[in-house]
Design a protein around this ligand. Structure first.
Ligand code: SF4
Length: 295
């Protein structure tokens, strides 16, 4: 199996999956907070190479429990490109439980429900998509490439097609200025699309990301951990997902505790855990979130 550039996969759900690169880099590559593929020119991997890698993996691995397609937005591929890949995977790895991938709400919004149903029939159980925020102000400022309403439409199409959407949210992404709008909008989108998996992280700007320039220029004020804790608690209070939905949130502070539980059943427990962060980390409350890694 041959890989090019940096490889990312969602954890822990895909820890055991065979990672197959079908694109290189990210087709969007504009999000201001992201430095994943900034040094990489996006291109689609030729089918012949993908097929060769699949056959290589078959010769190495007796058992492939599942497959995950990389890189950035695999859903940017047309069905003409996706279908042969998914079909080949099904044929070569009959034991594989699913073929999941990273996707963008922008690309999913452009697909039809029938196309998504076809993907489901070919083994796609879940698409992991970064919502990051449900606030149109924040989505526009970070150049995410879709609006909150488009994310909702995309999410509903996936529900209709029977594909799960694993949603990523970034606390603090609205900076100090748009914190309330960030939380309010994100609650609205998450409640509408009823995601079975909500992964919450904290803004962690890297010095080689465009957002760093905004911080340096003073146009983006980093949030404090007090704001981050508040956003997490308010988000949990506002979530009315029908479930079942796994909520997972961690802040990467020293000795930090990852909050994890099922919604809606464990909502009150999760809120209490979130609220207790204010008491457990008093020394962090007025500090700005860290750059280049939280530890
Ligand atoms: S956050 Fe995702 S969509 Fe945005 S540039 Fe990074 S990889 Fe691409």
């Amino acid at each position: 199996m041959r890989y090019e550039g940096k490889i990312f996969r969602p954890g822990p759900t895909e820890y055991n999956s065979y990672l197959l690169q079908v694109t290189f880099g990210c087709s969007h590559n504009k999000c201001t907070f992201c430095n994943f593929y900034k040094d990489q020119q996006f291109r689609v991997r030729p089918y012949k190479e993908v097929e060769e890698d699949i056959m290589m993996a078959r010769s190495y691995y007796k058992n492939v429990p599942s497959v995950f397609l990389c890189d950035g937005n695999v859903t940017c591929l047309s069905m003409d490109r996706l279908k042969p890949i998914l079909t080949k995977i099904k044929e070569v790895f009959p034991e594989s439980a699913h073929t999941n991938m990273f996707g963008s709400f922008r690309d999913i919004y452009r697909k039809t429900v029938d196309e998504l149903k076809e993907m489901k029939a070919l083994g796609v159980e879940q698409i992991v998509a970064g919502l990051e925020s449900g606030s149109d102000i924040v989505l526009s400022e970070i150049q995410k490439g879709f609006t909150a309403d488009e994310a909702i439409i995309a999410g509903k199409k996936m529900i209709e097609a029977g594909i799960e959407v694993g949603v990523g949210v970034i606390l603090g992404l609205g900076g100090a200025k748009h914190s309330e709008d960030h939380v309010k909008g994100t609650i609205r989108v998450l409640n509408e699309i009823n995601s079975p998996a909500i992964g919450v992280t904290v803004l962690n700007p890297q010095t080689d990301s465009p957002l760093y320039g905004d911080i340096q220029a003073g146009t983006f004020e980093l949030p404090t951990y007090r704001q981050i804790f508040w956003e997490e608690t308010e988000l949990l209070k506002g979530l009315q997902v029908k479930g079942p939905s796994i909520f997972r949130s961690g802040f990467f502070l020293p000795n930090d505790e990852v909050i994890m539980g099922n919604l809606p059943d464990e909502k009150e427990r999760l809120i209490k855990l979130s609220e207790s962060r204010m008491n457990r980390y008093p020394q962090w409350l007025d500090k700005k979130v860290r750059m280049n890694g939280h530890l």
